[in-house]
Structure formats: C-alpha cells, structure tokens
Design a protein around this ligand. Structure first.
Ligand code: HEC
Length: 300
C-alpha cells in the first residue's frame, strides 16, 4: 500500500511522545467518565451497575414516584439509615406538608443527614430552604429539558474535540485498510449524534433507552480500536506487526484482495448496472405490448 502520509511508526520521537501523552490523558479521562456514569446514572435504580432501568429513570423518570423518594431509594440510599429514609418517604407520600415537616421530625433528619452536602455553598439543591426541598416532592419526570440542553451542547462540543484528535492521530496508522480507517474515524461522530438524540427520545419515550446504551458502546468500541492501534504502531510495531500476531493479520489483509466492504460495494454496483437494462426492458415492453393494447381498448 502506498501512503501519502508519514506512518505512525516513522514519526519523530517527540511527536510520538506528544501523541502518546494525549492518548493516555483522554484514556484516563474516559475511565473517569465511565466511573461517573456508574455512580450517578448507574445508581438510579438503587443497584450498582448500568441497566436499561437506570437509563429510563434518568431520562424519562420514574413516574410512579417523586424525585425525593426515587433518590432516597437510588443514589442517596447510603446517606441515611432505612428507618429515616422511610420516614422521609412517608412524609412525601402524605403530601409533603410544611407543618408535618416539623411535627414528624423530618426537619431534624434532613438537617442531620442531608444538609452537609445539600446547602447553600455548593451547586447541589439547598435543603436548608424548605421551598427548595418541596420542589423535589413532585412526580419524577427524569431529566429536565433545561438540563438536557445543557448536557447536550457540552457533550457535542467536548466529545467531538476528543475524537478530532484521536481520529487525527489514528489517521496516520498504516495497518488497517483505508475502508476500516474511514469506518473507525467516522463511527464515533455518528454514534455521538445518535447518543445525544437518544437522550431526548428517551425523555419522550422510555422505549429508546436501548439506543442510549447501543450508541455509548459504539463510541467506546471505536475509541478503544483507534487508541490501541495507534499506541501499538508507534511503540510496538516490530514486536506486534513484524514478529508477533500482527504479522499474521497483515498477511491475511494482503492476501484478501476483497474485503467485505469491497464486496458490498461490488454488489451495489452490479445491481445498479442491472438497473439500466431492466429499465430498457420495461420501456420496450411498454411500447411494444402494453401501449398498443391500451390504445385498442380505448378505441373500442
Ligand atoms: C455526601 C454528600 C451527600 C449527602 C449526605 C446527601 N446527598 Fe443528595 N446528592 C448529592 C450529590 C453529589 C447529588 C448529585 C448527584 C447527581 O448528579 O446524580 C445529590 C443529589 C440529590 C438529589 C437530586 C437532585 C437533583 O437535582 O435531581 C436529591 C433529591 C437528593 N440528593 C436528596 C438527598 C437527601 C434527601 C439526602 C439526605 C438523606 C441527601 N441527598 C444526602 C450528595 C449528597
């Protein structure tokens, strides 16, 4: 394969260090993003680990309960003993009345268990203010349109930049074929848009929760593929692609003249080629048989 670019393995060491530093940093960033997802969305149903339920609760909401109740059974579960959680939940179910808040001693529980985090110093809702707490005693409709708008634009701008540079580095790789490189570089953008779109769709209908998961996984797969290929080509080219299992892959790549993508393209081309004679046949049949027959019908 002739290339019009400097292959990763042939770049100067300082450039390789730059590329590697960037890849390692965004790789660690990706890990933290996954941990963050696990502890926020992952806990929405009260159990660790991301499930379809978690996604539905996060975006569509758990409309059988209130925000406060769902949080106390989910991400906030560990912050108060069961007895006190149930006391709060019961108070919410009884109408979240302001007088009962004091009479039932709910104010003391919140004071003791919640306001160390939920106060006026941080970005979390301030539960010292009863009015703020009260807003969480309504039906849980999941993510608000305001929060979705905010997170959507941050993700689109931020993540597209990450894939800009990961893709750029990977575009200097020489072991995958041009087709597979195009797929790996383009896929994250398609999945990123699908991911953001699927949040909004899930907000409207919980049916789309699977799309959130699918798009997230697609993005991760292409990220891992580009990351691993780039690092291997820069630092372990001889070990992997000359002496190691990578050599077998290269042999296989060069022995297969046609790849699946080529075959698909060939099929599409053949079908398009068939289209012209088929159309000509239809036209001839129309002029020679159908038209005279129709004319004779009209004359009668
Ligand atoms: C250790 C700190 C901490 C304590 C203690 C704590 N929370 Fe939280 N709480 C958080 C954080 C952090 C979030 C945001 C998590 C997220 O974004 O998913 C949060 C989110 C919430 C939310 C959702 C807010 C929203 O905007 O959707 C509710 C409701 C809530 N907490 C209730 C409680 C209650 C009730 C208690 C007391 C039993 C409590 N929390 C105790 C840290 C805490």
């Amino acid at each position: 394969m002739t290339t019009k670019f400097t292959a990763l393995k042939d770049h100067d060491t300082p450039i390789k260090v730059l590329f590697t530093g960037y890849l390692c940093t965004v790789g660690i960033g990706y890990l933290f993003a996954l941990i963050q997802i696990l502890f926020t969305h992952g806990m929405a149903d009260g159990k660790l680990g991301l499930s379809i339920d978690d996604i539905v609760y996060s975006y569509y909401g758990n409309r059988s309960g209130t925000v406060l109740e769902n949080q106390l059974n989910g991400a906030m579960k560990a912050n108060a003993p069961d007895q006190e959680r149930f006391a709060i939940i019961e108070w919410v179910r009884d109408g979240a009345d302001e007088d009962a808040y004091k009479d039932d001693g709910i104010d003391k529980i919140v004071e003791q268990r919640c306001v160390m985090c939920h106060n006026d110093t941080g970005s979390l809702p301030n539960f010292k203010d009863f009015k703020v707490l009260k807003t969480y005693t309504h039906e849980d409709g999941g993510a608000t349109f305001a929060s979705l708008t905010r997170v959507s634009h941050i993700h689109l701008f931020g993540i597209s930049f990450i894939f800009m540079f990961v893709g750029l580095i990977f575009s200097f790789s020489e072991t995958p074929t041009v087709q597979y490189k195009c797929i790996a570089i383009g896929m994250p953008y398609a999945f990123l848009i699908a991911d953001i779109l699927s949040w909004w769709l899930t907000k409207i209908d919980p049916m789309f929760a699977w799309l959130v998961m699918f798009a997230g996984m697609g993005m991760a797969v292409s990220f891992i593929f580009m990351w691993v290929t780039s690092i291997l080509e820069m630092w372990l080219f001889t070990t992997v692609f000359v002496n190691g299992i990578g050599a077998k892959y290269l042999e296989w790549r060069d022995s297969h003249e046609e790849f699946l993508s080529d075959k698909l393209l060939a099929i599409v081309k053949t079908m398009a080629g068939q289209l012209k004679p088929a159309l000509a046949f239809v036209k001839d049949a129309w002029l020679a048989k159908a038209l005279p027959w129709l004319k004779s019908l009209v004359k009668k």
